[in-house]
Design a protein around this ligand. Structure first.
Ligand code: UGA
Length: 438
């Protein structure tokens, strides 16, 4: 099929490459010239394992092309996927859907009325229906529109796109769904279930899934607060409750909490939308989910202060700065926020990260970047693990135990082998576990 993918951020780029891999003829439409040109030469503007290679592969196969705006060829595609961002609106809690409406209206002005428009961006419930009306006002016809939320995770984005747990299709006319099912035929042939829903339910599936995941993480982090106050171990607790199949063990990793471009802004946007719908109390608990999450960041700063006394002029090393491993995404990164708070207290903070230092250097944060792990740890008075990269989890602490001035580590993700670190002479502070050994 001939398809266009509008907006080549994380979601759009991955989707465009995945569709080209499935054999479709894809046109990526990205208004940012620099970004479009980079993609056209096979350069990914962000780090995502395996996606760069796949991009080069589909460029070589001739299945994908890139441009900054629609032309005759892209306008004539059978399906147009809208993948633009919906960031948190400036100074507000709600999601900003301006890019979605702009992309849809531009499309309505040029597209064939018989083509299908598919929204993949994460939007507040009710957006799709409004979009149909605003596209009609521009194009003079009622567009065929499906809402098809995406559940990919950074770090495993391509695999998640090609083999998702489920495909959700929302529309107000089930006949519209067929073209999309044809497009996904190869995926459906692998036994991936498809759920055909109304527009509103499809929109809600995405935000409520992210809200549920955020709630699970904040639940275990609330237990970490109880564990810290009572002497229990939240990691062992998560293991024990996770063995109950009704609870499940995933998303119960306690630590410095969730971040990234999705979970934090999605729960805030969801709360704002519930308020607009007059049912704010239904999601009041999500405010607490947000607060618990933000408290974990401050908890690390308090632990650092407790350890070092006066923070000013102390040398602190942050291991990992991205919001999660296998990503260089710094959006709402808990590790970055902790590093900045420590710096604001006067600490000299050196950051090591296997892939995110380039992204950090573009931000002018005043944090020192160091690509060499040994150099990053040298003379440190405190080490904080902020992102659980495999490289840190597998560290043999004996290899660099002579480097820091003080051998104390705060394991912000509860992934270190405490016994091995202890053996190498380190004092390990594990939040939520009450593990502090002298
Ligand atoms: C999330 C969802 O998991 C995806 O399904 C969704 O498609 C995506 O948002 C989106 O809306 O686009 P992602 O932001 O890539 O994906 O990251 P997650 O794997 O969900 O992790 C989010 C944050 O939670 C990270 O900071 C991670 O370190 C933290 N986390 C995760 C924990 O603190 N504990 C856990 O047990 C799991």
């Amino acid at each position: 099929m001939k398809i266009s993918v509008i907006g080549l951020g994380y979601l759009g780029t991955t989707h465009a490459v995945a569709m080209a891999k499935l054999g479709h003829s894809v046109i990526g439409v990205e208004p940012d010239l620099k970004r479009m040109e980079a993609l056209a030469t096979g350069e990914l503007p962000f780090f995502e394992p395996g996606l760069g290679e796949a991009l080069k592969e589909v460029i070589a196969s001739g299945n994908i092309g890139f441009q900054t705006q629609h032309d005759k060829v892209s306008a004539a595609c059978d399906i147009h996927f809208i993948c633009v961002g919906t960031p948190q609106a400036s100074g507000q809690q709600s999601a900003d859907t301006a890019y979605v409406f702009a992309a849809a209206k531009e499309l309505a002005a040029v597209m064939k009325p018989s083509s299908l428009v598919v929204g993949k961006s994460t939007v507040p419930v009710g957006t799709a229906r409004n979009l149909i009306a605003s596209m009609q006002a521009v194009g003079g016809f009622v567009p065929k529109l499906c809402w098809n939320p995406e559940f990919l995770r950074e770090g495993t984005a391509l695999a998640d796109s090609l083999l998702p747990d489920r495909i959700v299709i929302g529309s107000n006319d089930p006949d519209h769904n067929q073209a999309l099912k044809d497009c996904y035929q190869n995926i459906l042939d692998q036994g991936v279930p498809v759920l055909e829903l109304d527009l509103e339910t499809a929109e809600l599936v995405k935000v409520s899934a992210n809200a549920f995941l955020a709630t699970k993480i904040s639940f275990i982090n609330a237990m970490a607060e109880i564990a810290e106050a009572s002497g229990a171990d939240a990691v062992k607790l998560a293991e024990a409750i996770g063995m109950d199949n009704r609870i499940g063990k995933s998303f119960l990793r306690t630590g410095i909490g969730f971040g990234g471009g999705c979970l934090p802004k999605d729960i805030r946007g969801f709360i704002a939308r519930a308020d607009e719908l007059g049912v704010g109390e239904s999601l009041a608990f999500l405010k607490e989910v947000d607060q618990i999450n933000l408290r974990r960041r401050q908890r690390i700063v308090s632990l650092a202060t407790k350890e070092l006394g006066e923070i000013a002029d102390k040398k602190i090393t942050m291991l990992g700065i991205s919001f999660k491993p296998d990503s260089d995404d710094l959006r709402d990164s808990p590790a970055l926020e902790i590093a900045l708070r420590l710096k604001a207290l006067g600490a000299i903070v050196t950051v090591h990260d296997p892939v995110s230092l380039g992204a950090l250097e573009q931000k002018s944060t005043g944090l020192i970047t160091e690509i060499d792990l040994q150099a990053a740890i040298k003379d440190a008075e405190l080490v904080v693990l902020g992102t659980e990269w495999a490289e840190y989890k597998n560290l043999d602490p004996a290899n660099f135990s002579s480097l820091p001035r003080i051998k104390t580590v705060i394991d912000g993700r509860n992934v270190l082998n405490v016994d091995a670190w202890k053996k190498a002479g380190w004092r390990v502070i594990a939040p939520g576990r009450n593990i502090v050994n002298d």
